[in-house]
Write a protein that binds this ligand. Sequence first.
Ligand SMILES: *Cc1c(COP(=O)(O)O)cnc(C)c1O
Length: 376
Amino acid sequence: MTVRSVIPVAETSLGQEELNNATEAIRSGWISSQGPFIVEFEHKFAQYCGVRHGIATANGTVALHLALKALGIGKGDEVIVPVLTFIATANAVTYCNARPIFVDSDPRYWCIDPSKIERSITSKTRAIIPVHLYGHPCDMDAIMGIARRHNLYVIEDAAEAHGALYKDRKVGSFGHINCFSFFGNKIISTGEGGMCLTNDDGLAGKMRILRDHGMNPNRRYWYDVVGFNYRMTNLQAAVGTAQVDRLDELVARRRRLAQSYAEGFGALADRGWITLPPEMPWARSVYWMYSILVEDGLGMRRDEVIDALKGCGIETRPLFYPLHAMPPYRDSASGGFPVAEELSRKGLNLPSGPGVSREEVDKIVESVASLRRVTA
Ligand SMILES: *Cc1c(COP(=O)(O)O)cnc(C)c1O
């Protein structure tokens, strides 16, 4: 394997089956939002996650919006979301005229801290959206327990965690509705795309109606509710169904990459110069983004590390900024989020795609190590 002149932070892995299926969709003329691949993709992916119904959508953001709408979340409601996540998690709540209530991260594994959820629950709280951040599962037993005690819905945002396991069970199978994204940089991709999973027949039916402009399933072109056009195309699903067949292999590759990074970075981590991404004993992470924390001992700030690595042809990204810092959410957030702030200040995503070679890992490790040598 060679070392690419620029090692990308994310990349897709598309094979012959994806090409064959896409060709078949085009040859058949079914390239829009009807066709056999949509049903096949929904069925296959739901089955992979161990859930009864799959409702494919145009992207992951609208999957979240569809889930919230189907659960009746609306004006005046509050929904608990982690402060450290991609902004779409909170935006979907805002689209419903509901308010996202931010909760800090658990310092051990970076996802929403269940011990801080209950103090944020009010009489207006309707749901919790745990996010399996960067591919690491949330503590679902704790979250489902809180939801049961307070009579709240749970919507897993599993956009970054296809195939991840919480106590040997797939993420996306715990909440009332669970949402995935198939954007180009996710574990598997349909270009743009998303899916809602649920075991509830009623919710599945509601989401199918809302996804299709609100059309009554028994009376064509009759609309009982204001719905949306949130459908996926057969052309996207053609790619998706081939990707599901390769999901276990793609996850295995990411886990091997994480293992290579951990071995390479072992000495730097032991010295406390960097911190490696966590994996709790109850978790199997899919390492969507292999992320390290730049500690003071490295002698270089995170943003300087990003610039230095860029100079070596290594693409990286800062960890998400906490949402309470963003202009749309600045006024609505109360309280401090010290854990998320520290993670966000120190964290960066390294090249994490399925195409990163052993030699590229060596180069990345060597480049990070050399930063300390220059400054020492
Ligand atoms: C990618 C992502 C989404 C949104 O998915 P899109 O398909 O890009 O709309 C939502 N939540 C999280 C946590 C994500 O990483």
